[in-house]
Ligand binder design. Structure first.
Ligand code: AMP
Ligand code: MN
Ligand code: MN
Ligand code: MN
Length: 276
């Protein structure tokens, strides 16, 4: 099976490396078909495509859109998009707006919890001012000594219900799928194992995603545990969805797995890239 990795991040969102550096790491790990999927941003796609071309690696233009569904944050990856599409770009601008204000509120809440200067501290880690993310806060909080890993800092400060968590309204599921489809792309439900949904709510998410034209689900991803690979392989079969694979790489030492550490998709699933 082709070695495809279709989910990762650069400094254009909350990754640690520039698009060309991420391309080089993916290529060095043997990736043959690669997508950059920054959060709510396609500004890195041109540089990523050029780097992949220089390396002789297959390239897929991508994005990861933040969605609010049933009061939960859900991520939808768009693949094979035309990153210049006006509807998509305007939708992403709208989705990004509000990140700075949310960041100021996160800073205020952390200050109230005894950690001053987090907004300014997080901004030091931001390359793209339109994309202040909780990951940037996590890096600052580690620097400030309140935690030693990104996972720990989310658990204690940044996850839903914790002192630095500010609820936010992202795009709707219908908007995200509409923008991806307008841009000629394929919509992929990202890392479903990460959402705190009971089986009934999870089934409702899959049903709605499919009814809106969603075609694929991430099965093997750095954001799933190995147990969840099997769980979501079973759901891909049950719903007749194509399967996707990607490390969700953010940077060396920061992600659970890198491009080399991710197993292949179960052989009976139809990969999202089967007809590309
Ligand atoms: P944001 O879009 O600003 O709310 O940030 C979401 C990003 O935070 C995700 O894309 C991940 O990179 C990171 N993230 C969310 N939850 C966790 C977690 N539990 N552990 C590590 N990183 C996380
Ligand atoms: Mn991220
Ligand atoms: Mn995600
Ligand atoms: Mn991601």
């Amino acid at each position: 099976m082709l070695k495809a990795d279709l989910h990762c991040h650069s400094t254009i969102s909350d990754g640690l490396l520039a698009p060309a550096q991420v391309a080089a790491l993916a290529h060095a790990a043997g990736v043959e078909l690669w997508a950059l999927t920054d959060h709510d941003e396609v500004d890195g796609v041109a540089a990523a495509r050029a780097a992949a071309r220089r390396l002789g690696m297959g390239f897929v233009a991508g994005v990861e859109i933040s969605v609010t569904w049933a009061n939960h944050t859900v991520h939808i990856v768009g693949l094979q998009i035309d990153e210049t599409d006006t509807a998509l770009c305007n939708g992403l601008i709208k989705t990004r707006s509000g990140r700075d204000q949310r960041g100021r509120e996160i800073g205020a809440q952390l200050a109230a919890a005894g950690i001053p200067g987090a907004y300014e501290g997080a901004l030091k880690y931001v390359a793209n001012p339109a994309l202040l993310s909780r990951t940037h806060f996590a890096r600052f909080l580690i620097e400030a000594g309140v935690a030693t890993s990104v996972a720990e800092v989310f658990k204690r400060y940044l996850a839903e219900g914790k002192p630095g968590y500010v609820p936010h309204r992202w795009a709707t599921l219908a908007e995200a799928l509409g923008w991806i489809r307008a841009a000629g792309g394929v919509a992929v439900l990202a890392h479903p194992g990460r959402y705190p949904l009971d089986p009934v709510a999870e089934a409702a998410l899959f049903d709605e995603f499919i009814s809106l034209g969603g075609r694929a689900v991430e099965v093997v991803t750095g954001s799933h545990t190995p147990d969840q690979y099997a769980t979501y392989a079973a759901l891909a079969r049950r719903y007749g969805l194509l399967a996707s694979r990607g490390a969700d790489f953010h940077g060396p030492g920061e992600s659970r797995v890198d491009f080399a550490g991710l197993p292949p998709l179960p052989a009976d699933l139809v990969p999202v890239w089967h007809d590309w």
